[in-house]
Design a protein around this ligand. Structure first.
Ligand code: ZN
Length: 357
């Protein structure tokens, strides 16, 4: 397919998967969508006890596991007060200030309920309080309920989860914005890779895995890597660029539109130090096929690769990421051209995986 067609398809998948909701531990809707998308391109599909989706395109060669986490960060109700306002905990790494005055969707037992995150208005704050960031503990969700009973009748209870209500919008120059590009970007790459691989006869045994609970401790990846025990694994995720105001190139050398990011190390080596043979495989594949890429060394977050590479006696593992601005906010921004280049890199790498593993 010509390049414009691919980008259109990538955009429409990103829209579908980021407008959908699935916070850590509650990934069912995302898994169902992913199952439908992968079904035509794989030989088998199963769901393990954690909720990971494990799809397989069978081959005779080495086994490769591609892992993309399905979950997004979200909220969980911990208390309903007498007036029907909901207190909550954050599930995953929120920067509290990004939550203030956002619209949310509560996934109640009677269906979706809209709400907003409220707090004390600045007009009535003391001068010194106005200068301080509002903490998550001082925020609450307003669903318009009259009182606790009314909220309960609407299907809200302790443990009801909520996600940000913010839809996908295209920006200029192939960039797009939405919530949850972390990590629906990885999910879309997974789908596009399997779609393209289905057109060839390839040697490798390719496992396409949608993992659960990455944002709360890389949990799903740990159990499914143990079950699969592949010869090599790649985590597909998002990472932080240094190409906008407020951050320097010395903090992150990465930029949008410069190709997928091949991680050399993340979390200053406490997360993943990529296996040297994985790096060779990815770098040589990119060079021989003239696919742009960037090398990434991070000091902050990590990915499913950290769990995967420590499985059993160790699994050669790497991470390929998409540079994404404002990660863990409702307005993440990425460049669709990076996704297209990432898909090409992974497809080409899988075609020649037997030479390396
Ligand atoms: Zn992620």
């Amino acid at each position: 397919m010509e390049k414009g067609g691919n980008l259109r398809e990538i955009k429409s998948l990103l829209e579908k998967f980021t407008n959908a909701h699935g916070i850590s531990g509650f990934e069912d809707d995302i898994r169902e969508l992913l199952e439908k998308e992968l079904e035509p391109y794989v030989d088998t599909m199963r769901r393990d006890c954690m909720g990971n989706l494990i799809a397989l395109k069978k081959g005779e060669g080495p086994s490769i596991m591609l892992a993309a986490h399905m979950d997004e960060i979200g909220l969980m109700v911990r208390y309903i007060d007498d007036n029907g306002f909901l207190r909550f905990v954050g599930i995953g790494g929120w920067f509290d200030q990004t939550l203030l005055n956002q619209r949310v969707v509560l996934h109640g037992k009677k269906g979706s309920i809209p709400g907003v995150i409220g707090s004390k208005p600045p007009h009535v704050m003391k001068e010194e309080d106005r200068k301080k960031p509002v903490k998550l503990d001082d925020m609450f969700i307003d669903i318009g309920a009259k009182d606790r009973e009314d909220a309960e009748n609407l299907g809200i209870e302790i443990g009801t989860v909520a996600s940000i209500d913010r839809n996908f919008v295209p920006l200029a120059n192939g960039k797009v914005t939405s919530k949850a590009f972390d990590n629906r970007a990885g999910i879309v790459i997974l789908i596009e890779v399997m779609k393209r691989l289905s057109k060839y006869k390839i040697e490798a045994n390719v496992y396409a895995v949608g993992t659960v609970q990455e944002e709360v401790g890389l949990k799903g990846a740990r159990t499914c890597a143990f079950g699969i025990c592949p010869n090599v694994a790649l985590a597909l995720d998002t990472t932080i660029p240094g190409d906008h105001p407020g951050i320097n190139k010395t903090d992150s050398s990465l930029e949008l539109g410069k190709g997928p990011v091949v991680t050399v190390a993340d979390a200053s080596g406490r997360g993943l130090i990529a296996h040297p043979q994985v790096l060779r495989w990815l770098k040589e594949t990119a060079a021989e096929n003239e696919i742009p890429y960037q090398l990434g060394v991070g000091s902050g977050g990590t990915t499913d690769a950290t769990s995967i590479h420590l499985t059993k006696e160790g699994i050669p593992t790497g991470t390929v990421s998409i540079a994404t601005r404002y990660i863990h906010s409702p307005v993440e921004v990425l460049d669709t051209a990076d996704i297209e280049a990432c898909v090409s890199l992974i497809v080409k790498a899988i075609e020649r995986v037997g030479k390396y593993f």
